[in-house]
Design a protein around this ligand. Structure first.
Ligand code: PLP
Length: 372
């Protein structure tokens, strides 16, 4: 039965009516059915190609029998373990249904209608979504050399600014802002602005100039650091992330969040995943090897890749949309970036060595056919 909308009239705030939804990817099974292919590989969402830690999976199995119970609303054990792991107090931690939820909580807690949040462009698509949905203004500052332009961002801070989002490394570019420039930016930021440093990919960073963002908290700066179990820990499907900030900031976020926002399987898995140092090491090594292989191959063929500190990278291919579609037919899913204002690039997530080779073979074939 088709739904009727005749009998009612929707009144939607402007910030929501003008939102462009986050483009959902099709389920891989559905895509394969449509294209008549099998065994395709997904290098499109910066997921962990090695899967979750076996310790995390065991913990999930153990927690299954208690699914009739509500989860621990305070995430007591996860926060206790995280506090140890990070060397901070448990009262400095907020946990969320993915770090995405914490982004939303930040906006709902600290930004009123008409107020502003400064962010890079392109950067993580969820920041402007959350801000506009709350009736706020997303102030988007173009990147410079694919990197967050902190000087330009500082100039865009006004008395209406409440939040700044710095994805470090940035998604979709993989670049970082370095310790010295971030410190200079924080020095210039007014005290009533909270700077959100989103470190979803920090575990992959190899640069010695990457900031120790928790140190900014110890210096008393108005900063919140976001991390996630979705990337290096391979638990994207369970939805769990966390924020580290001053107890006063955390206390406000805790008032706004739903009481049971992190499910029990996610809590068990995340707590166990922190203990599996070996797994994290394997994931990092796979990434370093994969990047070295992929950058090497692209360089031999004369394609420019943007230097990355994450588990994904940009490569300039000409017509990004065409290459995306051609790769799709070969069963390789990457991310076209027209929506991000980068129509000539695609974003590729580093896979297993087998997946990386399969991607490269498909790309070479397409290039040889003249589609690139
Ligand atoms: C993947 C990603 C996240 C993680 O989101 P979750 O909700 O924790 O899965 C956060 N920020 C950025 C920039 C990301 O790319």
């Amino acid at each position: 039965m088709p739904a009727k909308t005749k009998k009612f009239k929707l009144s939607v705030p402007k910030g929501i009516a003008t939102l462009v939804p986050y483009p959902p990817g099709k389920p891989i099974e559905e895509l394969e059915r449509e294209l008549g292919i099998k065994g395709s590989i997904k290098l499109a969402s910066n997921e962990n190609p090695l899967g979750p830690s076996l310790k995390a999976l065991d913990a999930v199995k153990g927690a299954l029998k208690n699914l009739n119970r509500y989860p621990d609303g305070a995430c007591f054990y996860l926060k206790k373990r995280l506090a140890e792991f990070l060397g901070v107090g448990a009262d400095m931690l907020v946990t969320g249904n993915g770090s995405n939820e914490i982004i939303e909580l930040l906006v709902r807690t600290f930004l009123k209608k008409g107020e502003e949040a400064v962010m890079g462009e392109p950067s993580f698509a969820v920041y402007p979504l959350a801000v506009q949905a709350a009736g706020g203004v997303a102030v988007r500052v173009p990147l410079k050399d694919f990197t967050m332009d902190l000087k330009a961002m500082a100039r865009r801070i006004t008395p209406k600014t409440r939040l700044v989002f710095i994805a470090n490394p940035n998604n979709p570019t993989g670049t970082i802002v370095k310790e010295a420039e971030l410190r200079r930016f924080l020095d210039r930021t007014p005290e009533n602005v909270i700077v959100c440093i989103d470190e979803a990919y920090c575990e992959f960073v190899t640069s010695a100039e990457f900031p120790d963002s928790l140190a900014y908290l110890k210096e008393g700066r108005a900063v919140i650091v976001l991390r996630t179990f979705s990337k290096v820990y391979g638990l994207a499907g369970l939805r769990v992330g966390y924020g580290v900030s001053h107890p006063a900031v955390i206390a406000y976020l805790d008032r706004v969040r739903q009481p049971f926002n992190v499910n029990s399987l996610a809590q068990a898995a995340a707590t166990a995943a922190l203990d599996d140092v070996e797994h994290v090491k394997r994931v990092r090594e796979n990434n370093i090897q994969g990047l070295s292989y992929l950058f090497g191959e692209f360089s031999k063929m004369g394609y420019a890749c943007v230097p990355t500190e994450a588990n994904f990278f940009l490569v300039k291919v000409g017509d990004g949309e065409a290459v995306y579609k051609a790769l799709l037919k070969e069963g390789v899913i990457v991310r076209p970036l027209k929506n991000y204002g980068l129509p000539e690039h695609i974003r590729v997530t580093v896979g297993t060595q087998t997946e990386n080779r399969r991607f490269m073979d498909a790309f070479m074939m397409i290039a040889a056919e003249g589609a690139v």
